[in-house]
Ligand binder design. Structure first.
Ligand SMILES: [Fe+2]
Ligand SMILES: [Fe+2]
Length: 184
């Protein structure tokens, strides 16, 4: 954030209240930023709670159900919900650390280590290969959907569709990593 150097002194060089004015201005400049982070953190916090609540409900119905297919399908969702909650938690913890000048143990760390060293160079090469694998996988699964769409009332096709979305997500994560490693 660009800050005006000593704005009170510039505007009112001989005014004894200049310093108070300056402090007020700085406070006003900084306040929205802190509010912004705090607001965002609260939103992520709320989403973490929400994901936790969904997770609890899914687990409850899964345990009640006697049908193995229902159990299997609900477990797929539960695994995702656990990831959602963990992600919301890590984001909220990171923002909380920014606000309190602390480093909560669940906050993201390691961003500064995405620099160019031997290990990261190798990882960069690997991400390129993995992205390729994921994309080929997507093509294969699309072909499989076509040939299995009449099986088990569309169950296989639906499951394959979810795997394709997961693979697309993996591409997105890998692309992000590749970008950051390249920029380092
Ligand atoms: Fe979710
Ligand atoms: Fe994958």
């Amino acid at each position: 954030m660009a800050q005006v150097p000593n704005p009170g002194a510039i505007l009112f060089p001989d005014d004894p209240e200049a310093m108070i004015f300056e402090r007020q201005m700085l406070r006003e400049q900084q306040a929205p930023e802190i509010c912004e982070i705090e607001k965002l953190m609260k939103q992520f916090d709320a989403h973490e709670d929400q994901e936790g609540e969904f997770l609890r409900q899914y687990q409850e119905i899964k345990e009640k159900s006697k049908n193995p297919l229902i159990k299997f399908l609900l477990q797929l969702i539960i695994t995702d919900e656990e990831k959602h909650r963990a992600t919301m938690h890590a984001i909220a913890a990171t923002l909380d650390g920014d606000l309190t000048w602390t480093r909560p143990k669940d906050a993201f760390r390691g961003f500064g280590e995405l620099h160019k060293d031997k290990e990261n160079e190798e990882l960069l090469e690997l991400t390129v290969a993995f992205i390729q694998h994921e994309k080929e996988g997507i093509k294969d699964y699309k072909r499989l959907i076509k040939s299995s769409k009449n099986y088990y009332r569309g169950l296989f096709a639906m499951l394959l569709q979810t795997i394709i979305r997961d693979s697309e997500k993996h591409v997105e994560i890998l692309e992000f990593l590749r970008q950051k490693l390249k920029q380092a």
